[in-house]
Design a protein around this ligand. Structure first.
Ligand code: TMP
Ligand code: ZN
Length: 420
């Protein structure tokens, strides 16, 4: 791979091989959303990479314009220590779907690609399954191992697939939760998956759903790690090219709207659910095949940027104090793309120890603990971790009770509860 300043421009569509791109949006050069910094006097030479999205007119993959070298993005990775209640429930749901719909039994071998700290595999272990994780981030692999989740420190590829086949056998289930959209060389991964699958095996992926992103204007889910924004139709095209057949799919509320998609070998045992074609038809009606849909998305982004900045600066003008809720990766796109910084947001409160005491990339807003936030007086939380919105509003009753309010960035910037 030829990297220029550790990034390369995407020319050929990673799904269909065509080069007919519709430009959608560009945010200019932004720092990596996960590159939290130690506080410093000056932040000169902070690395920045182009961040923008284009859409393939042939297969309708939405892709980043540039890919940053994965060795830079993933060899160490900030992780959240405790999973939210919502995610715990969701991980249990994934286990149950695999058991009920695809008869994954106790004793089955479950392989997870991008297994992070092993929380999902822990849920499979509780259901008496044999598990193996693969994750490239060495710091995360160590945490997973300490939790009793055997994990190989690597990127998944044809080569790692061969190692797994030789040493562990054929997985009944290969899982990739919120990892597939991060992969540039999808060919190598899908080739590896195809070689590892048996006739009854299932490959399940969970990706943010492009329809939800477009419908709810979730443009901050665009950051350097998310290379692809998938619909079901595009995934069917991709999987077919690699000898796999999409057999089922389910829309999920997690992370602003995701899709859990199941595939098997082309001639494998599982029949194709009618849900797959139904979702593709819904995507067509939604306008995924039309340039105009992506043009409208770009216009919405511009509108939201303007409105959010006006709202936040207006409140600051009235002397109101604003703090960020969470310091998620997407918050960095939102803040950097809107040009909001420490003049507007005093600090961000986040439960992740790794982030506390550091500053956000680009904006250099300090990250503090929720315990610190509890000792401070302020009027508004800007809800950066909006994907946990319901859970957060539920547990911030004390803040709401004393008149505190949340600013929601999209689908249209708003304040909850409403201003009197
Ligand atoms: P994620 O969307 O990538 O999971 O990141 C969510 C971030 O928000 C993560 O850094 C943890 C943080 N967070 C809080 O600080 N408080 C909360 O109540 C929740 C649910 C998340
Ligand atoms: Zn394409």
């Amino acid at each position: 791979m030829n990297w220029t300043n550790n990034a390369r421009q995407v020319t050929t569509c990673r799904v269909c091989g065509e080069q007919d791109w519709q430009p959608v949006v560009s945010f200019g050069d932004l720092p990596l959303a996960g590159s939290f910094l130690e506080p410093a006097q000056s932040y000169e030479n902070e690395p920045r990479y182009p961040l923008g999205v284009v859409c393939c007119r042939s297969c309708r993959l939405m892709s980043l314009t540039h890919v940053v070298d994965p060795a830079i993005l993933y060899r160490t990775y900030p992780y959240s220590k405790s999973d939210s209640e919502m995610m715990k429930k969701h991980m249990q749901h994934v286990v149950e779907v695999c058991q009920e719909r695809f008869a994954v039994q106790p004793g089955s071998f479950v392989l997870e690609i991008g297994s992070n700290t092993g929380s999902q595999l822990k849920a499979f272990q509780k259901a008496s399954m044999r598990t193996l994780g693969i994750d490239p981030a060495v710091n995360i692999v160590e945490v997973a191992r300490q939790r009793g989740v055997e994990t190989l420190p690597d990127f998944f590829s044809v080569e790692t697939a061969a190692t797994v086949a030789a040493e562990y056998g054929t997985p009944r289930l290969i899982l990739g939760r919120h990892v597939f959209a991060h992969i540039d060389d999808v060919t190598s991964v899908l080739e590896g998956v195809r070689r590892l699958l048996g006739p009854e095996s299932v490959f399940a992926i969970e990706v943010p759903y492009v329809v939800d992103m477009l419908e709810h204007n979730e443009f901050d889910t665009i950051y350097h790690e998310h290379l692809s924004y998938f619909g079901v139709g595009t995934l069917v095209t991709l999987f077919e090219r690699h000898g796999l057949r999409v057999i089922d799919a389910e829309r999920l509320p997690v992370h602003g709207g995701s899709i859990l998609l199941f595939a098997g070998l082309r001639d494998g045992a599982w029949p194709t659910s009618p849900v797959v074609d139904e979702l593709i038809e819904q995507e067509r009606k939604f306008g995924l095949d039309d340039d105009a849909t992506y043009e409208r998305f770009a216009e919405s982004i511009e509108r939201i940027r303007g409105e959010l900045v006006a709202l936040v600066r207006g409140l600051r003008g009235e002397g109101k104090r604003i703090v960020g809720y969470g310091a998620p990766a997407k918050g960095n796109t939102l803040l950097n793309a809107c040009g909001l910084g420490i003049d507007e947001i005093e600090f961000c409160s986040d439960t992740t120890e790794f982030k506390q005491g550091k500053v956000l990339p680009g904006t250099h807003i300090p990250v503090c603990s929720p315990q610190y936030a509890a000792t401070r007086e302020f009027d508004y939380y800007l809800l950066l971790a909006w994907n946990y919105g319901e859970e957060i509003l539920g547990k911030e009753k004390a803040f709401l009770g004393k008149g505190g309010r949340f600013i929601l960035p999209h689908p249209t910037p708003s304040i909850v509860p409403c201003e009197p």
